[in-house]
Design a protein around this ligand. Sequence first.
Ligand SMILES: NC(=O)c1ccc[n+]([C@@H]2O[C@H](COP(=O)([O-])OP(=O)(O)OC[C@H]3O[C@@H](n4cnc5c(N)ncnc54)[C@H](O)[C@@H]3O)[C@@H](O)[C@H]2O)c1
Length: 256
Amino acid sequence: MASGMTRLVGKVAIVTGAAQGIGRAIAMRLAQEGAQVAIADINDSGAIETAHEISSTGARALGLKLDVTSLDQALAAIEKVERELGPIDILVNNAGWDKVEPFVENTPETWERVIAINFRGPLNLCKAVIPGMQARGRGKIVTISSDAGRVGSTGEAVYAGCKAGLIGFSKTLARELARYNINVNVVCPGPTDTALLRSAMAQRPGVLAAMAKAIPMRRLGQPEDLAGAVAFFASSDSDYATGQVLSISGGLTMAG
Ligand SMILES: NC(=O)c1ccc[n+]([C@@H]2O[C@H](COP(=O)([O-])OP(=O)(O)OC[C@H]3O[C@@H](n4cnc5c(N)ncnc54)[C@H](O)[C@@H]3O)[C@@H](O)[C@H]2O)c1
C-alpha cells in the first residue's frame, strides 16, 4: 500500500474491463489505497495477470472472467466476489468497446454490440450489485462514461449515445439510492492513450497527434490520469457528492 493512501482499507471493489488500459490503472490504484479488488474482464488471462500483479504487492486481488453483456454472468460474478472477498462496497463500471466509423456505415450488428457492452453492461452490473448495497446501507458506484457522451465524437454516434445514456442512468440511480447511502457518480475520460484509442484511430494517421495539440494540456491522457478521480468517488471523501459527472480530459472539454 502506498504510504499516506489508506482511504480504502477494508473495502471490497470490483472493476470491470480491468485486464488492461484505464480499468487496470483503476484497479491498481484502488488496491494501493487499501481495497481488495476483483478484476472482471472478458479477457480472463489478462484479468488474472492484473490480479497477480496486485497480489505481488501484498494486496488481495481476484481475477475472473466476466462478459458484462450477460446479466447471468454479472449475477454469478458478484456472488463469487462476495463469497471470496466479502460484500462489495465499490463497483466501477469500466468495460467498454467501440468501432469508429460514420453512423451511416454502422450495421445494426455493430449497434447491438456497442449497446450491449457500453450500455447494457453497466445495467447488468448495477442490477447485480445494488440489492446487497441497499441491504447494507452503503455503496459507491462509479461509471466510466466518455466525453463523447457529453459533447459528441465523430465516428462514434452509437457509442456516444450509450455514454450519454449512462449519464442519465447514473443521475437517476443517484436520486433513487441516496437514501441508502449509495453514491453514484460518473467519470468521463477524454482521449486516453490505450489499446482502444489506438485501434479506433488506426485508420486515421496523424489524428492522435492532432488530438494532443487540441488539448490545452498538450498531451493525451494516460490511464493513471483517471485513477485518482475514480478513487475519490470510491472513497468516503466523496460521501456528499452524488449524481456528478467529472471530465478528466486535460481541459479539452469543460462543463458549463
Ligand atoms: N481510451 C479512451 O480514449 C477513452 C475515452 C473515453 C472513454 N473511455 C472509456 O474508458 C473505458 C476503458 O477503456 P480503455 O481505453 O481502457 O479500453 P481498453 O480496450 O484498453 O480496455 C477495455 C477492457 O474492457 C474489456 N472488455 C471489452 N468488452 C468486454 C465485455 N463484454 N465484458 C467484460 N470486459 C470487456 C476488454 O477486454 C479490455 O480489457 C471504456 O468504458 C471506454 O469507453 C476511453
